[in-house]
Design a protein around this ligand. Structure first.
Ligand code: SF4
Ligand code: SF4
Length: 442
């Protein structure tokens, strides 16, 4: 694509980066076919190509964002299906991140939108605030339907609907410390404790620590780590996102210096995509660029890390039929497609892949709160495809997808690690049946 930025504009490294990305786009439109918002809404401006034109026009003319561009960029899920499809290697992620930061700087949103976003940014990245908010949400839940009928209060209604019936207690295993591996040490990793997942389902990380230590891997919970910054990053709040990135880089750099790390293990693929991008996000900060690049290189999804180990034979082979839902951040953001399915199959599960697996479930960070109508349409489509597999259970590697799909599916939805842990000697996950007898009879 031809661009017309002035030399003065290109002196801004963010603009220069976006210009490089824009020039790679050849307008072919292949990406439209796999874009969930284009597939759902049918409007070119809600496709990757349409958004790329809007962003180009805004940046080239040095214009403040307007209502039209904000509408179409807000509807983007950042699912990155377009990046998987694009034959020209257009880095839509970095382009839309730049556009979101530009919108945040130059556009004044309506008051209630501003308040909702400020509240999400204040609460979600902080486990103690999020836990308290979920407890409060119970009081508001009877009014969720009413709020959803008032356009400006829709996000509040969506948030109340998503709040779980009960909030688990915080896990002591998430406190800073070291969990020694059993027997001969096979590795040493840090684990991201994160934010929302540690509140909604602390058992995911507890299970990960239990499995890794049983396999002989030492697990460090570093002091000072926290939210990866993805939630605010996707809202265009760059400074807040970079502050989270720097804090985590510091925490993991200390852990590297105090005994080395083979990997930084992440159990929420949405966080993994962002942490693997820390090197890019902090590239302009001379104090952090190298450290951030080292952290990004060490970041591994738990399934990616497990696949790199020489795993023993599983203790049991449950035979349960599992629909594997590949989170967008897993398959498009991190290009991890093979490992989770292969690990599940090796552990004795029968893995089925739902149709339209490339399409987002509509969770996408705060999307199911801020764009609840499109999100619900995508969720229902996803659930129909999952249920059509005839599976007994759904496995996925991202807490956002677990919450989203479980809000409409009749099947239990669990994190992949819980099934793997069960097969390798851990407890049977709640709601999951053991089909070994049926398999043996076949
Ligand atoms: S990130 Fe997803 S929703 Fe956004 S343009 Fe790309 S495919 Fe469409
Ligand atoms: S597929 Fe890639 S090159 Fe083609 S229009 Fe989409 S972003 Fe541009």
């Amino acid at each position: 694509m031809q661009t017309n930025f002035s030399l003065a504009q290109l002196a801004d490294p963010h603009v220069a980066e976006s210009e490089k990305i824009l020039r790679k786009c050849v307008h072919c439109g292949f990406c439209t076919a796999t874009c969930p918002t284009y597939v759902t809404l049918g409007n070119e401006l809600d496709s990757p190509r349409g958004r790329i034109y809007l962003i180009k026009d805004m940046l080239e003319n040095g214009r403040a964002a307007d209502k039209e561009i904000v509408t179409h960029i807000d509807r983007c899920l950042s699912c990155l299906a377009c990046m998987t499809t694009c034959p020209s290697g257009v880095n839509y992620m970095h382009l839309v991140d730049h556009a979101r930061a530009h919108i945040e700087e130059t556009y004044r949103r309506p008051l209630l939108d501003r308040l909702t976003r400020a509240m999400l940014a204040f609460v979600l990245p902080y486990p103690s605030r999020f836990r308290a908010a979920l407890k409060l949400a119970k009081l508001g839940q009877p009014f969720a339907g009413l709020f959803e009928k008032i356009p400006a209060l829709k996000p509040l209604g969506a948030m109340l609907k998503l709040a779980p019936a009960s909030v688990p207690a915080a896990s002591p295993m998430a406190s800073p410390g070291i969990h020694a591996g059993h027997g001969t040490r096979k590795g040493r990793v840090a684990i991201l404790t994160g934010c929302a997942q540690s509140v909604l389902d602390p058992a995911i990380n507890d299970t990960t620590i239990a499995l890794l230590t049983r396999l002989g891997v030492e697990v460090v919970v570093p002091d000072g780590e926290g939210c990866c910054g993805a939630l605010v990053h996707h809202m265009g709040r760059e400074e807040a996102a970079l502050a989270s990135a720097r804090r985590n880089v510091d925490a993991w750099t200390r852990a590297i210096e105090q005994g080395g790390l083979d990997a930084i293990v992440i159990t929420a693929s949405g966080c993994g995509t962002t942490i693997k991008d820390y090197g890019f996000m902090l590239r302009l900060d001379p104090a952090y660029a190298d450290k951030a690049a080292r952290v990004s290189a060490l970041a591994k999804d738990i399934t990616e890390y497990l696949a790199s180990l020489d795993l023993p034979e599983p203790v049991r082979k449950p035979g349960t039929v599992v629909a594997y839902h590949s989170a967008c951040s897993m398959q498009h953001g991190q290009k991890i497609t093979r490992q989770p399915k292969e690990l599940l199959a090796k552990a004795g599960f029968v893995v089925r892949e739902p149709r339209e697996g490339h399409l987002c479930c509509g969770s996408a960070g705060t999307y199911n709160i801020l764009q609840s109508e499109i999100s619900a349409r995508l969720r229902d489509r996803k659930v129909r495809n999952i249920e059509a597999t005839g599976a007994e259970i759904v496995a996925t590697g991202n807490i956002g997808c677990i919450t989203q799909i479980a809000s409409a599916a009749k099947l239990p939805v669990v994190h992949t690690i819980k099934l793997l842990d069960w097969a390798y000697g851990g407890p049977q996950p709640e709601g999951v049946s053991d089909n070994r007898a049926a398999v043996a009879a076949e």
